[in-house]
Design a binder for this molecule. Structure first.
Ligand code: WE7
Length: 158
């Protein structure tokens, strides 16, 4: 499929080392298993520039590995171009949403629909909480939420 007709989604959290790389990797695996990965441009990014260039947090990598998922993502900050190029920007909590909407206001050619990933959760857990100061169980909860939400998002957009 030509890149112009591909759908695109950017997953976003504070630092792009915990939640959004998990969501990105889960969505990539899901689209791969359904044979539609080439219909999508899939990426993740950060609201902050704090971790730019870093690998995901070791606990995020361990959490993904438990589910046989690998990622070679490196953290990057969301750019103005992202707001003009992506169809969907899906973030994790209200702080992310505020930051993204503020950045979007400074963009002329806004295309992206900016939403909480949790709006797609059939179990209605709207917020995907920052697990940075949490436990392995908190990372497992992030994974479960991302799985439910990505499935519903993909069902909605295919
Ligand atoms: C986080 C974080 C997360 C918190 N990933 N960091 Cl020390 C810091 C300062 C500004 C931006 C970033 Cl990203 C970071 C490192 C990376 N998920 N969560 N920090 C966090 C959580 C609760 C209260 C305060 C902070 C900084």
């Amino acid at each position: 499929m030509a890149s112009s007709s591909r759908k695109s989604v950017l997953f976003v959290c504070l630092g792009n080392i915990c939640r959004s790389p998990i969501a990105e990797a889960v969505f990539r695996k899901m689209t791969t298993e359904r044979g539609v990965v080439n219909d999508w441009v899939i990426d993740s990014g950060a609201v902050s520039d704090w971790n730019t260039g870093s690998s995901p947090d070791a606990r995020a990598l361990a959490c993904l590995r438990k589910h046989d998922i690998e990622t070679d993502h490196r953290a990057r900050q969301v750019t103005k171009e992202d707001f003009a190029s992506f169809d969907h920007i899906l973030c994790m909590d209200e702080s992310n949403l505020r930051d993204l909407n503020r950045k979007a206001n400074a963009v002329k050619n806004l295309k992206a629909k900016i939403e909480l990933l949790g709006t797609y959760d059939p179990q209605k857990q709207l917020i995907i909480k920052d697990p940075y100061y949490g436990s392995d169980e908190d990372f497992d909860m992030v994974y479960d939420q991302c799985l439910r939400c990505c499935k519903a998002f993909l069902d909605n957009h295919s």
